[in-house]
Design a protein around this ligand. Sequence first.
Ligand code: KIV
Length: 261
Amino acid sequence: MNINQLIDLKQKGEKIAMVTCYDHASASIINKTQVDMILVGDSAAMVMHGESSTLPITTETMALHTASVVKGAPDKFIVADMPFMSFRKSLDSNMSAVETLMKTGAHAIKLEGVAGNEDLIKHVVQSGVPVMGHVGLTPQSINQFGGFKVQGREQAAQNKIIEQVQTLSDLGAFAVVLECVPAALTEAIAKSCDIITIGIGAGNSTDGQVLVMHDLLGYPSDFSPKFVRKYLDTERMFKSAFNAYVNDVKGKKFPNKEESY
Ligand code: KIV
């Protein structure tokens, strides 16, 4: 999958399916599925490292996750997330973070918010790197929002999100993630938006959807927003496999003759 094929999907009105992924083994499985696009999200901080927000993860750690996903999923379009503060310093330092992530083999970068990022987005696009924006609930601003809350309920907030999407499009971004915004707002945006819209908790009118891999696979979580649909009960399956193994070990049934040298 490449950027032109993604744009083609949008133009044909075919939905785009994106999932997050952070490791080589899972990426190798996703590579054999019909998933179109992978996001190596900074949600890695929470689901892979047990942090309570996305803030602690560094560019170097994101680069390690991205490199392992790139090697596992050579057929997929891979977007690397720019972590907290990695794009809010000098243009030099911001571009170094972009370079570190892109040199892992990612095909695009994603960054949260718009205000203050305009020059960087323009520069990154002019450097040949596709940019995906992210508006609505931007988890790196969790301390300003006071929690993981739906954004864009009031008219002023809706106008701001509409403007942000337009600005991203004007700056040359190829796509935008709309997170946790009312479905009616998404519908209004998606109607006139000429860049790819990807939703998460944003209704069904975007060009595509993204879900955190661990959420859709049903890994246990303290936080389960209503937009998550679980396609597997991974906790139950893992527990049953581990307990079957323990029973075999304790019952002296593992290893058997065929499994021994
Ligand atoms: O980091 C992430 O997983 C994300 C998605 C929730 C869009 O940014």
